[in-house]
Design a binder for this molecule. Structure first.
Ligand code: AMP
Length: 357
């Protein structure tokens, strides 16, 4: 696909959660229609996309029919089985491409890639069996965190190790899955950059946001991040280096730990990112439109920000605060239409415009 996608064409989205929902809204605003592929019933994206296929990722007939019905395919989550991707790619361009997925699906491959292009990560060692863990602990020391190599998100599949004798419990906590041991980073702040690269290779980044987590789940993102200007510049340059090295097309979230010695990359997500939701109220072109523009081969927005914003996730019982947020004239509400409120479940978010000061 070399020509920009024209209005009326169909964008396929793998995954029908809130990110797929907000991508569908952005795509509709640009005159595209969306076809969502999602294994689960009643997905949030299904309320707004023109078409939904409900099938598992190993249903080859459904994948093939999906690929034939769309002009380009993108995704809202990185854990797509590679066999599904192979099949889809034989029919239709997939953006971002395969390399970004392969790198981000495996924490060890991701850290090898990041350190290979000269960026700093926490000290790490692959742990494929209980024997490896003792050797890794001896090398990296404590405190440390054991994380599953694959399928971890929102702090799931992770165990902290405070002392050398905590190895057995941590190994049990990750259920013996292939993992990576990471040295614990003593950071002052967590920040992230939402970066985009177009089909023409141009890169545009949004300002770094400052992230606060609660129980391993993102609680809030505030822009501007309160970090020295040089750190904000470093973060943007690092994100650009990652996108260029992957020949990436689309939006990516890059998370960093801020330490006195500089930035340490925590992880990358090859998709629109929860910590980029503030762009919906802070920028002319938000991260969702930016991603659709990139995958459609359109010019990108420049990422400039015209407001200070706090994004607050509404997780589980936070929904009790909805009436107060709704009554706040500075707050924009984004609710995901999920039928059931459950503890730890992302139900929506609020973007609050902050007074400039
Ligand atoms: P992750 O799923 O890897 O993003 O981890 C979730 C959260 O756990 C991060 O946002 C940090 O707050 C914390 N965390 C993860 N890795 C480390 C580390 N190596 N050192 C300190 N804190 C960490």
């Amino acid at each position: 696909m070399t020509e920009p996608l024209t209005t009326g064409r169909v964008i396929g989205i793998l995954g029908g959660g809130q990110l797929g929902r907000m991508l569908s809204v952005a795509a509709s605003r640009l005159g595209f229609t969306c076809h969502v592929f999602e294994p689960g019933a009643n997905p949030p994206a299904g309320h707004v996309a023109a078409r939904v296929t409900t099938a598992p990722y190993d249903d080859h007939a459904a994948l093939e029919a999906f690929a034939r019905s769309v002009d380009v395919i993108t995704y809202e989550f990185e854990n797509i089985p590679t066999a599904a991707l192979d099949l889809l790619e034989s029919h239709c361009p997939v953006r971002p491409g395969r390399r970004a997925l392969a790198v981000s699906q495996d924490r060890v491959a991701e850290k090898d890639f990041l350190t290979g292009i000269g960026l700093e990560c926490a000290p790490y060692a692959a742990v494929d069996g209980p024997g490896d863990l003792d050797a890794a602990l001896a090398r990296i020391g404590v405190p440390a965190i054991l994380k599953t190599r694959r399928f971890g998100y929102d702090g799931k599949g992770q165990a902290r190790i405070a002392a050398q004798d905590g190895a057995a419990a941590a190994w049990e906590a990750v259920a013996g899955a292939p993992s990576v041991l990471e040295g614990f980073v003593d950071f002052s702040t967590e920040i992230s950059v939402i970066a985009a690269r177009g089909a023409d290779g141009r890169v545009a980044c949004f300002d770094p946001g400052e992230n606060v987590h609660r129980d391993g789940i993102l609680r809030s993102t505030t822009v501007p991040a309160k970090v020295p200007a040089a750190f904000a510049t470093d973060a943007v340059l690092a994100a650009g280096r990652i996108l260029n090295a992957l020949d990436y097309v689309g939006v990516m979230g890059v998370e960093f730990f801020v330490t006195p010695g500089g930035l340490i990359v925590n992880e990358i997500a090859p998709r629109v990112h929860n910590s980029g939701h503030w762009t919906q109220q802070g920028c002319t072109v938000d991260q969702f439109e930016q991603h659709i523009r990139a995958v459609a081969g359109w010019p990108l927005g420049d990422g400039s920000r015209y407001a200070d914003v706090e994004m607050l996730n509404l997780i589980g019982e936070d929904m009790d605060d909805l009436p107060a947020h709704a009554a706040d004239p500075r707050a924009a509400l984004h609710l995901y239409g999920k039928a059931e409120t459950r503890a730890g479940r992302k139900m929506g978010h609020v973007n609050r415009i902050l007074p400039r000061g």
